[in-house]
Ligand binder design. Sequence first.
Ligand code: GAR
Length: 194
Amino acid sequence: MKNIVILISGSGSNMAAIARTAQKEAWQDRRGMRVAAVISNRADAQGLALAKDMGIATEVVSHRSFDSREAFDAALMARIDQHAPQLVVLAGFMRILTPGFVQHYAGRLINIHPSLLPAFTGLNTHQRAIDAGCQVAGATVHQVTVELDHGAILAQAVVPVLPGDSADTLATRVLTQEHLIFPQAVRSFFERCV
Ligand code: GAR
């Protein structure tokens, strides 16, 4: 079985989109792929309940329990590796990862970022796109490398920036597209790489 581990920090809507696609398309039976676990660095992440409702194992590794990034990442790696994943998916996982973590999962670690990379790495992407006068915005699925929000682009979706958009209205429009491209990118990863 090809195991996928998904890391979340918040609402988990991208995780749920992947898990729903996995169910709908019978990834486990037809492709030998499954979402083995959802792990959050926050016990109050809403996505944990969504995952449980879908019958997925959930775990919490709180970054607050550790003195350093390295110690947190080491504990997180140990929990992830119990599932022997072929792919680790960052789905709204709002932690900067250490080089050691990234290297450990080199080639099997992907992220979704709410901008058309390489534009607008980092935070507040939607407001920054509006402030810059962008006519389009979007989201990017990419391989994770040591440099934040860099790495080979696997999928992108483009949406218009409309007159009167706020960061919230733009984020909602982008998120709808994230839910389409992220499951497709996970599927394609296994078709290409494993
Ligand atoms: C998504 O918009 C994702 O692109 C973004 O956080 C949101 C998580 O939503 N990720 C980042 O900003 C990573 N730097 P979700 O928890 O509902 O999937």
